[in-house]
Design a protein around this ligand. Structure first.
Ligand SMILES: [Zn+2]
Length: 235
């Protein structure tokens, strides 16, 4: 598959992914404004990539408007430092790295090396962070008594809630908790675990949270209220 870019009038390069589909009559364009921004084009088997690109050009004004109105995030570039899991981690792109990993440097800094296609840096970092967070959440849960354990855990990108617990036993967490201090993330996990016993926020519920989390619940809650918005800044 060839690589194409859509270059906006402000100079932003948006990757274009062209797929062919049997039985398709027309070229369809799908601008994607979630990260990473991209344009997905499906074209009929018998047409050509250049016909698809010409069609995209005809829709330029519409596409430009869509990407100009997309929610603004700070774009992550190689060399940026992220606060993840309570520590500073520098993200470094290195095309030869095979599996993304954090390495401790002799000078004490921590570097997340990310390989592959540099245009996919953000999505790779996001994937790495989610995997790592899932790991840590499971670790924390496995240290609690078994009757608190959920049936299933999933990560979401919600702006309204840090965690939720369904009556069917699925526990959901915002993956952005990875950008919070470790104890704040731990608080949200323990809060949801306590909901497996109490579906309300009664005194009995808070007593269970305290049992699971220990002291400092108020501090963790306050941190989320004061800093929660910042967890959506990147990626
Ligand atoms: Zn709750």
């Amino acid at each position: 598959m060839a690589n194409y870019n859509f270059i906006t009038s402000s100079g932003k390069e948006i990757p274009v992914i062209i797929n062919t589909k049997r039985g398709l009559r027309n070229i369809t364009l799908r601008p994607k404004v979630d990260e990473p921004h991209r344009i997905e084009i499906s074209r009929p088997w018998l047409s050509t990539d250049s016909a698809a690109l010409r069609f995209m050009e005809q829709k330029r004004r519409w596409l430009e408007r869509i990407f100009a109105n997309a929610p603004q995030k700070r774009h992550l570039v190689s060399g940026d430092v992220l606060e993840i899991f309570g520590t500073s981690v520098k993200v470094v792109f290195c095309s030869t790295v095979r599996s993304n990993k954090i390495e401790n440097q002799p000078d004490g800094t921590r570097i997340l090396f990310v390989g592959g296609d540099e245009r996919l840096l953000e999505s790779r970092v996001r994937m790495f962070i989610k995997q790592e967070l899932m790991h840590q959440i499971k670790d924390l849960i496995h240290k609690t008594p078994r009757d608190f354990w959920p049936k299933r855990i999933c990560l979401r990108d919600t702006t309204s809630r840090w965690g939720s617990c369904s009556s069917t036993g699925t526990m959901s967490f915002s993956w952005r908790l990875a950008f919070a201090p470790f104890d704040v993330m731990r608080y949200v996990v323990m809060h949801e675990l306590a909901h497996t016993k109490h579906m309300d926020h009664s005194q009995a519920f808070w007593a269970t949270v305290r049992e699971l989390y220990g002291f400092g619940i108020e501090r963790a809650k306050r941190w989320l209220v004061q800093n929660g918005g910042k967890l959506h800044e990147y990626l």
